[in-house]
Design a protein around this ligand. Sequence first.
Ligand code: KG4
Ligand code: ZN
Length: 347
Amino acid sequence: MTVLAIETSCDETAVAILRGGDDHSHELLASEVASQVAAHEKFGGIVPEVASRNHLIYAPRLLDRATRAAKIDLSKVDAFAATSGPGLASSLMVGASIAKGLAIGFGKPYLAINHLEGHLLSPFFRGADGGEQIKPNVSLIVSGGHTMSVLVRGLADYQLIGSTVDDAAGEAFDKVAKMLGLGYPGGPEIEKRARGGDPNRFDLPRSMPDSENFSFSGLKTAVRYLLPKIEERRLTQTPYRLDAGVLADLCASFQQAVIDVLVSKVIVAAKKYHVDLVALSGGVSCNQELRRQLHEACSRKGFEFKSAELWLCTDNAAMIAFAALLRLQAGFKSKVTEEIDPNLALV
Ligand code: KG4
Ligand code: ZN
């Protein structure tokens, strides 16, 4: 069974082609991603109109490139899938319309895939090495748009444990990076500066310690109030330009505050819901310190730990194709009349 998936929920245009075997194995035939970071960088965030226009330009090119890389004719694809939400409406429409058109044109099934399910299943993606069954797990999805913990009982059997009541973890990274005059996206910039910094130098809050939900806007505000108090500030500068050592300590302290909250909450949830496995996915899971510390905490507490491979953490179509393949094999299909939903919930 061969699935072609298109991902256009935000600012990455992506197309992937995945072939599934009978024994849960899968082989990735093509995975193309066109990043729009450069187009949005100068605005310090994503501009929806710019994103959708770029999707319109890139999607047909990536379709062409992916089919050539996979050496497959579109008529030989067994199902077409697209991310149907959550995301930017005008971006989602581009990918979904193309996938629906292909499904109608070639008389094949269409699958509307929830972007969050793509992230959620991505730790189980193992490419040509053979697949794995989706084992029950507590899954932490941390991206620019979402921060949530989910109890996964199996495919399409999910229970939301907690989610952010304000900013997503990645959003906090991006906003703090902007305050510090660093580039966009902020996560990799902060991670880079944090290396060698002292994570205990600045005392930043760990919000809502007794809740299953997350909150990161207080942390972001704490950084904002801290900045004027740091001696090295030059009064008229915005954004602040800090001495490299102070910047490293501040980035490390901020990063550690985010990690502490994520690790402690996911461990509490894994104990409460009696799972053996903790899974990690989403753009923020590129962060090596988060991966290392969560892995260590899981080992200490006796949980298996599985994180999405690095190239699968940020937005891509391989994870959407993987979710579509598993759903197709389990007998799910969507109607081509199914509309995109910018606020689509996972459960
Ligand atoms: O999953 P993703 O590509 O897009 C969404 O679905 O949101 O996640 C993008 C987010 C951005 O906020 C970015 O700053 C963050 O992931 N990110 C990181 C790192 N790499 C990307 N955050 C922390 N550390 C990183 N190394
Ligand atoms: Zn994402």
